[in-house]
Design a protein around this ligand. Structure first.
Ligand SMILES: [Zn+2]
Ligand SMILES: [Zn+2]
Length: 256
């Protein structure tokens, strides 16, 4: 399995509009973060995890080095704008009778339906993306033969999903992992987990919380995502990370 980090930033992206802090003005490309999303390639299939408002720019980057025509499924973690804002741009992958299936729990598929109702009308305007909402619940499911295990996470007071595919788990936007979910996170080669910043936030865990979860889950390697600008400079922060904990950056590709 190959995973490409399409975006690794929080909801505002980094830099933040108008901010002059050392991270927002850094010239290191690793300090520039699109909104969080990832592209997974497995057995020749392509799965997208979340579809950020930066999806178009992210895919233009991907297509500089590889081309593919089919998106085999989109796994949505939750309905916040930074995770679904690019869905309309899936039109590129749903032309000529192709359909893109979007997987999410009922609250999420309902919210997407309400956000872009024109996509799901009987008589569609020409050129509208051809999307199909697939409602999942808290049970393993398959996308074109690939087994996916949803992991329940708590994001402030919103229940959301992370996803495990093989020995990789992708957990974003969590504040709390419910006790019973840790059993689903054993024997991971790669854990991808959010670490917003160094001081508390109402709905996201901090770097310290993330490190505690990493210690408990004990994956072979971890990549941090969904950072805000106050997290610190990529280079400086990477230098103080524990062994086998890496700060992800946009465009990074890993193999699991
Ligand atoms: Zn988010
Ligand atoms: Zn969120």
């Amino acid at each position: 399995m190959k995973l490409r980090f399409l975006g690794t930033g929080t909801s505002t992206g980094v830099p933040e509009i108008g901010c002059t802090c050392e991270v927002c003005t850094s010239t290191n490309p690793r300090d520039k973060r699109f909104r969080t999303s990832a592209l997974v390639e497995i057995d020749g299939k392509h799965l997208l995890i979340d579809c950020s408002p930066d999806f178009r720019m992210q895919m233009l980057e991907v297509f500089k080095t590889e081309q593919f025509e089919l998106l085999d499924g989109v796994l949505i973690t939750h309905e916040h704008y930074d995770h679904v804002g690019g869905l309309d741009d899936l039109r590129t992958f749903s032309r000529h009778g192709k359909v893109v299936q979007i997987y999410g729990e009922k609250e999420v598929t309902d919210a997407i339906h309400a956000r872009i109702p024109y996509v799901f009308r009987e008589n569609k305007y020409p050129g509208i993306p051809n999307l199909e909402l697939v409602t999942i619940d808290d049970k393993p499911f398959e996308v074109k033969g690939i087994q996916i295990i949803p992991i329940r996470l708590i994001h402030g007071n919103l229940p959301i999903f992370g996803y495990r595919i093989g020995n990789m788990a992708y957990l974003t936007d969590l504040k709390i992992i419910p006790e019973e979910e840790y059993a689903k996170l054993q024997n991971l080669d790669v854990l991808i987990i959010n670490a917003l910043r160094n001081y508390p936030h109402v709905s996201h865990q901090t770097l310290d919380d993330a490190l505690k979860n990493i210690e408990r889950i004990r994956p072979k390697r971890t990549y941090l995502i969904h950072m805000t600008h106050t997290f610190g400079l990529h280079e400086k922060m990477q230098a103080v990370m524990p062994e086998n904990v890496f700060i992800a950056y946009d465009g990074l590709e890993i193999y699991v």
